[in-house]
Each structure stands twice: as C-alpha cells, then as structure tokens.
Design a protein around this ligand. Sequence first.
Ligand code: FES
Length: 106
Amino acid sequence: MAITRRHVICETAALPDGKGESFEVAGRRVAVFNVDGEFFALEDRCPHADAPLADGYVHRREKCVACPWHGAEFDLRTGKVQCPPACEDIAAYPAGVDAGKVWVEI
Ligand code: FES
C-alpha cells in the first residue's frame, strides 16, 4: 500500500479564484486549482501531448479544466478525461485548506 502525506503548498491568497498554478510536490508536477474557494489537485500533464494543465481554462459549473493546447477536458474531482483528443485519465489528489494554507495529499 502506498503511503500518502499531506503537503502544505501555499497560502490560499496565492491561488486566485478560477485559476490553476503548478507546484512541485513530492517530486511530481501538480496543478492546483481554486474554484470558488474549493481546491483541486491534478497531475500537471495532459496525456495527449504533455501540456501543463495548470495553464488550462477552468469551467466552474462543470468543475473541469480544458487543456490549454488542444482542449481536452478533465474532471477536477477525479482526473477522468471528459472529451478528446486526450483519451487517458490523469491522477487526481486530495486537496483542501487548513488555517489559510492549501494542502495536497500525495
Ligand atoms: S496536449 Fe492536451 S489536448 Fe493536446
């Protein structure tokens, strides 16, 4: 069984609402998103051609992010791919806020 650990990555104020930001967490590139004060973390690599998903467009209502290069969409909660051209799911990590700081569990 893999051991997970909670990593504090930044102050909540460092992540503007509706945007993503890339972080190096436990040796992995992780895209962290703020959607109306709720935080989500995904693997920061589109499986289609390796685009950084932290630069993608966030769809608030659908809680998904569109890849900045060719538009594949991924569910922010699960990492499941929603539309082509990507056809593989990506990793989603638990994320949240504690005492004004954003954490990610990996
Ligand atoms: S790199 Fe993401 S859809 Fe092409």
